[in-house]
Design a protein around this ligand. Structure first.
Ligand SMILES: [Fe+2]
Ligand SMILES: [Fe+2]
Length: 168
């Protein structure tokens, strides 16, 4: 969306641009999630990361499917927001020594990622419907549901044991 890129003129342009943005984000996450899983100590958290990695690979495929359904080229555009969230997660993880505290920090970072995805997919679903692309909306909704479910699981995990252990 910078000075030298093509202007976004229509709602359709905006929809496609946001697809490209989240496509970049999902592909970065396929690389970042295994590193977060490596750092996690709690077995449930580690497994949770691996489960969501598998889902994230499907999110990439679904986006490719939506590009195709919408007749747009499969393309990624840099998304500084997700780069920042991932960078911060790696920085914080590097600064936390205590393994239990690190698990709490990893959950916090993972939830920042999920919330980012939820906002993006929420708009994409709404825009797809507005553009008369209920077929695209249905595919994007599947991913949105998985991001929301992951966020809920992380909250439950944090509140049921990880935060307690980190504080103890
Ligand atoms: Fe995702
Ligand atoms: Fe996600």
């Amino acid at each position: 969306m910078g000075l030298f890129t093509k202007d976004i003129k229509t709602m359709d342009d905006l929809f496609v641009h946001q697809l490209q943005d989240i496509y970049y984000a999902e592909k970065q996450l396929v690389k970042a999630i295994p590193k977060m899983a490596d750092k996690a100590t709690d077995a449930t958290l580690k497994q949770g990361f691996m489960t969501h990695l598998a889902e994230t690979k499907v999110h990439v495929q679904r986006l490719e499917q939506v590009f195709e359904m919408h007749g747009a080229a499969v393309k990624a555009v840099d998304c500084p927001a997700i780069d920042g969230i991932i960078e911060e997660a790696e920085e914080v993880a590097g600064e936390v020594d205590d393994k239990s505290v690190l698990d709490a920090a990893l959950i916090n970072a993972a939830q920042a990622v999920e919330h980012y995805e939820i906002t993006r997919y929420g708009s994409l679903v709404a825009w797809a419907k507005q553009l008369g692309r209920n077929d695209c909306a249905a595919v994007l909704q599947k991913t949105l549901d998985e991001e929301k479910a992951t966020d809920k699981k992380l909250t439950t995990l944090a509140e049921s044991k990880i935060n307690l252990r980190a504080a103890g």
